[in-house]
Design a protein around this ligand. Structure first.
Ligand SMILES: Nc1ncnc2c1ncn2[C@@H]1O[C@H](COP(=O)(O)OP(=O)(O)OP(=O)(O)O)[C@@H](O)[C@H]1O
Ligand SMILES: [Mg+2]
Length: 138
């Protein structure tokens, strides 16, 4: 049913749920690949981003992607990873188009601090602009 699934991880418990959902779906639908993506945003880097911060965020992102891919590969699911410095929603939508993805899986919320919101701004934008189906894990 889904040939290519993209799952977006930011390190939050919500994106952990999204990863788990993509794993369960992949086990049922046997896709070619699950692409796990992590985006480093300018807000995470700050205005005065030093090369050090940049390097640290990329290193942390790589670790997150590695452990996420492992969760999938342990179950025999083919996983690919992408890390980028960009706007998260914009990157998720474009990576899905470029890779001919059928389904994007995201969490309803992320690392943001505004606990009262039902939907984070990244999920909101992805739902608006994605050209494929989107599953919001809650
Ligand atoms: N930098 C990122 N890289 C990859 N995926 C992300 C990133 N940021 C968010 N996501 C995805 O989007 C989901 C929702 O996160 P979102 O950022 O919209 O919520 P939030 O952090 O609570 O709110 P906001 O960022 O608007 O304060 C996450 O669970 C994750 O799947
Ligand atoms: Mg966020």
């Amino acid at each position: 049913m889904y040939r290519k699934i993209l799952v977006a991880v930011d390190g939050s418990s919500y994106s952990q749920k999204a990863l788990e959902t993509s794993r369960e779906l992949a086990l049922k639908t046997d896709p070619e690949v699950v692409i796990v993506v992590h985006i480093i945003e300018n807000t995470a880097l700050g205005v005065h981003a030093s090369p050090d911060i940049h390097q640290r965020l990329f290193a942390e992102g790589h670790k997150l992607l590695e452990s996420s891919a492992k969760v999938l590969e342990q179950d025999g699911i083919k996983a690919a990873t992408v890390i980028k410095h960009d706007d998260a929603a914009k990157a998720i939508v474009s990576l899905a188009i470029e890779n001919d993805v059928d389904l994007i899986v995201i969490g309803s919320r992320g690392l943001g601090r505004f606990g009262g919101l039902m939907l984070g701004s990244v999920s909101d934008k992805v739902l608006h602009f994605a050209r494929c189906s989107v599953l919001v894990a809650r």
